[in-house]
Design a protein around this ligand. Sequence first.
Ligand SMILES: *[C@@H]1O[C@H](CO)[C@@H](O)[C@H](O)[C@H]1NC(C)=O
Ligand SMILES: *[C@@H]1O[C@H](CO)[C@@H](O)[C@H](O)[C@H]1NC(C)=O
Ligand SMILES: *[C@@H]1O[C@H](CO)[C@@H](O)[C@H](O)[C@H]1NC(C)=O
Length: 458
Amino acid sequence: MHAALLDVFLAILVLADARRFRSFIANGLTSFEETSLEEAESVEGKAWVLLVAGSNGWFNYRHQADVCHAYHLTREHGIPKENIITMMYDDIASHSQNPYPGKIFNVPNGSDVYAGVVVDYANIHVTPENFLAVLSGNASGVNGGSGRVIESGPNDHIFVFFSDHGATGLISFPSSILTVKDLNDALRRMHKRKRYAKLVFYLEACESGSMFQKVLPKQINVYAMTASNAHESSWGCFCDNVMKLPCLGDCFSINWIVDSEKEDLRKETVRHQYQVVKLKTNQSHVMHYGDLTIGNDIVGEYLGEKAVKKKHHFGDSFDTFESEAWPSREIHLRMLEKQLYEAHSESEKAEIRHRIKKLYMKRDYFEAFFKSMIFSLVHDERDRSDIFSHWPHSIRNLNCHDQVTKAFHSTCFHFGHNPYAMKYVYVLTNLCNAGYKAERIVRLLFEKCMEIEIQGIY
Ligand SMILES: *[C@@H]1O[C@H](CO)[C@@H](O)[C@H](O)[C@H]1NC(C)=O
Ligand SMILES: *[C@@H]1O[C@H](CO)[C@@H](O)[C@H](O)[C@H]1NC(C)=O
Ligand SMILES: *[C@@H]1O[C@H](CO)[C@@H](O)[C@H](O)[C@H]1NC(C)=O
């Protein structure tokens, strides 16, 4: 190519790049700039948003509240409806225990965040298979729901927010799990197939750092922010609220959502948001992984750039610092304790006391069973204590972790029905790390778990 022509060509490229994410969320805005850029529309990126609550049940109120709140946030910042896909069980608003039928709140004295939310995948269709198919744009791979998927291309940005329970190297869905292997394989495949220019993933779950730490590559244009590091709980916020509801939200989630409501997303960078949220979420360590240069991007490139005038989803003054926060895995028990404290009649109290006692017994049973199972695999006294007392520095064998956790979930203790069991996934990870073969561990699980009948270990 002629040198001068090449210069012109390069100049156009640079210009196009700078403009790329200025006008893609033009929803509701019709300034001169937007219309004049129409021609470039075909090469410009779109922003896509995928919002997922992985739990169900009344005491898990907060996960669906987070997702509904995030839905309104991205809509108000100008992401078009067609570019947002939501997955949530949708059993909270209409729950028999909901004192505000048809409504969900995420912060004290906030407005109802359920109104207007379009749920694409509800109930039994909230599955890891559907999640991965929707994320990667595989329309033939989805089962049920609206059937919509993220139809992204090489210039597009994708924002994913997931809120639920988690454990070492896995996050939970109502009746299944998604492992660190499944997720990172999918992201790598998407990158290879040019399904996005950049992808930002915010993850609320216990031990959520373990879904990315030392696994997420730095060079596939993915930035992940997690509520906690690889070996600690995440926290529920506004757990002791005057509204008589379970914890309204998760602390990390509320902090990033409320920060996004307050800031000008055309100016705030992802790194700045990370710093703000890390400071505010001080019961756990908010972490980030992957391509940290994405931290230089403005948040608006992912959540929408439109300025929001009315900030009506949170009460006038609150801070998650002042909120009663509980570690996620203890919320079920603490809710029962709170109910006991507030109970009026003696018979009511006796009933709740009985439930609490049963819960402790189930936990004891689980721990004893789990220990004896591991002991029949590991004979050396020192190895045993290592396997129980240390957090894995990393998940060294992703395949082993994947096979073993899935086998444990399907043949021993279903994580959705026994969330307390998630606490011990690190032990399974340690077994893999110590070199025990997946086949051998899985065989042991089949043998030992044949006759388990107990459920509901919270
Ligand atoms: C919520 O409203 C109640 C009753 O109006 C009030 O007493 C309380 O202070 C408010 N709480 C917050 C956090 O604004
Ligand atoms: C889409 O999902 C189906 C069903 O899971 C699968 O067989 C197929 O390979 C997937 N296609 C792509 C392109 O990933
Ligand atoms: C979190 O920060 C608040 C406000 O600075 C402080 O009162 C609280 O003790 C801190 N909590 C922890 C666990 O550090």
